[in-house]
Design a binder for this molecule. Structure first.
Ligand SMILES: NC(=O)C1=CN([C@@H]2O[C@H](COP(=O)(O)OP(=O)(O)OC[C@H]3O[C@@H](n4cnc5c(N)ncnc54)[C@H](O)[C@@H]3O)[C@@H](O)[C@H]2O)C=CC1
Ligand SMILES: O=C(O)/C=C/C=C(\O)C(=O)O
Length: 491
């Protein structure tokens, strides 16, 4: 059930929900309508402290040393229970984000149980490094590494894929024997607290999973990252906030994993299957109203097919259906907030000042009825814009892309890599060797060929440059969520 305006979204600390403080309430807003649908209890510093201490106590009470098989069994129960309560998670995610129900069902909520099951498998199957060492005096030794949990992990997640990104971090953290304190985005508080219900229902010990609601600066986010009791921070969000988080934990030399923004390129060669490429590009530009760190915002198209690809993309953009999130025909939701719409609108205006021709979109659509109060924006495509323009260099995080022609493979690679970000790229070509060659030359953490956002949860995920530090996903996550102790035994 979706919460009502008088209902609370509560903090979850030490195995129980905390009675809300009406003096510390902020509204949970439905971005499709702009209306508040519940109140959220903003955690104060004392509550964040209690959450961190309770996480530590849970580790000491045995969670850190618990059997991997027992943890895996619990994570599978979490997955099963999310599936049993699937519709509640979908409703909560829609209320917070306004995203279309088809996406919430197929991507966001579907991925939550997959995340728990994938890490139950990955961690259960993970081995340890070991070496037989031959010493200079003819002796031998056995070296082996024992992986131990990092400890209390702070998990800070954004609003674009709230449950997907949260569970993508909670699952490996808990499977590795850590206890967590989670700080969801102030814009999307619901599913982290709903997950707390599931965690309690399946019997995860008290203190292992805690949720503190609130904002970043001078609020729960800053209290958490600045707390001396945390052993590491995993963060997904903007590059600016990621930098700030890194500075906050630096004096205590704690590990950070940062998954930050992108200014992702797609490169389209003239040998491609046009219809397939245009469909894929359209998905990569407009999914989640462009609010995925992996979304394409720069499209480089070989000159011979430039006009056809441009026409196809404009046609696809104009067919997108903005509408009520619960309508199964809706393809495109609102932006997350009025504040974010102001940012995207700023870039739409800037593009025009920077010389762009607006092929479609470029402003705020007229929405009817309750939707008139939502933070809607038109899917927008530009041509005639230089790679040096700010709209081609800065992350907009909306349903927008600049379309640019190129002549040679080398030029396409140079243009695509001409960015301070380095998260993802997509190469569209029917030439097998060129696909591999160009994908490998992309200066990014993830390169797709003839597809986009096709995920294998065992593969490493993360970026370079302004896009982040470290990798999560599969065994890569274990390197962040555990610390090895190497044992050397003389034989
Ligand atoms: N996955 C991604 O790549 C994302 C990128 N963004 C980008 O960031 C821009 C700004 O969006 P925001 O919501 O403001 O992102 P943000 O990076 O500031 O927020 C992400 C999370 O960090 C928390 N946070 C903020 N300041 C903090 C602090 N000082 N200490 C600890 N936690 C803190 C927030 O409360 C939220 O939970 C967007 O326009 C978009 O360009 C936003 C969300 C996701
Ligand atoms: O599929 C995933 O694991 C993650 C996808 C997207 C992000 O990380 C993001 O938008 O931040």
């Amino acid at each position: 059930m979706t919460a009502q305006p008088e209902q609370w979204i509560r903090n979850f600390v030490d195995g129980g929900f905390v009675d809300p403080d009406p003096g510390r309430a902020f509204p949970a807003v439905d971005p499709a309508t702009g209306s508040a649908y519940a109140r959220v209890h903003e955690a104060d510093e004392e509550l964040v402290d209690r959450a961190v201490r309770s996480a530590r106590a849970a580790l000491d009470a045995g969670w850190a040393d618990s059997a991997v098989s027992a943890r895996a069994a619990l994570m599978r129960k979490v997955a099963d229970r999310i599936e049993e309560r699937f519709d509640e998670f979908v409703a909560a995610e829609i209320a917070d984000t306004g995203k279309p129900i088809t996406q919430a069902r197929k991507l966001d909520v579907a991925r939550a149980p997959m995340n728990f099951r994938a890490y139950a498998d990955v961690v259960s199957a993970a081995g340890q490094d070991s070496f037989i060492t031959e010493t200079a005096d003819g002796g031998r030794a056995l070296n082996y590494a024992v992986r131990k949990p990092l400890g209390v992990v702070a998990i800070i997640v954004p609003w674009n894929l709230p449950l997907l990104l949260l569970t993508w971090k909670v699952a490996p953290a808990l499977m590795s024997g850590n206890a967590v304190v989670v700080k969801p985005s102030e814009d999307t508080p619901a599913t982290a607290s709903l997950l707390a219900e599931v965690i309690a229902e399946v019997g995860v010990p008290r203190g292992v999973y805690n949720v503190v609601q609130g904002f970043g600066a001078d609020s729960a986010g800053a209290f958490l990252t600045g707390h001396p009791g945390i052993d590491g921070v995993t963060f997904t969000g903007s590059s600016a906030t990621g930098t700030h988080v890194m500075k906050t934990v630096a004096p205590r030399v704690r590990p950070v994993s940062l998954e930050l923004g992108g200014k992702n390129a797609a490169v389209v060669f003239d040998d491609v299957d046009l219809g397939e490429a245009i469909d894929g590009l359209s998905r990569s530009i407009f999914t989640n109203t462009g609010q995925v760190c992996l979304c394409t915002e720069r499209v480089y198209i070989q000159r011979g097919i430039f006009d056809d690809v441009v026409a196809g993309l404009v046609e696809r953009a104009e067919k997108l259906r903005l509408g009520p999130p619960t309508d199964f025909d809706t393809t495109t939701g609102p932006l997350i907030s009025q504040k974010h719409r102001e940012k995207v609108q700023y870039y739409l205006d800037l593009a025009v000042q920077e010389g762009a021709q607006v092929l479609t979109g470029g402003g705020v659509p007229r929405m009817e009825g309750a939707l008139a109060g939502g933070s809607w924006i038109e899917p927008t495509l530009w041509t005639g814009i230089a790679n040096s323009a700010r709209v081609m260099r800065e992350e907009v995080f909306g349903p927008v892309a600049g379309l640019v022609p190129f002549d040679s493979e080398d030029e396409a690679i140079r243009l695509a890599n001409d960015t301070e970000y380095g998260l993802a790229a997509a190469v569209w070509t029917n030439d097998l060797r060129r696909g591999h060659r160009v994908a490998q030359k992309m200066n990014v953490g993830m390169s797709w060929v003839n597809t986009w956002y096709l995920r294998d949860l065992r593969s490493p995920f993360g970026g370079v440059g302004l896009s982040g530090i470290g990798r999560e996903g599969g065994e890569a996550a274990l390197h962040f969520y555990t610390e090895p102790t190497n044992v050397c035994v003389a034989l």
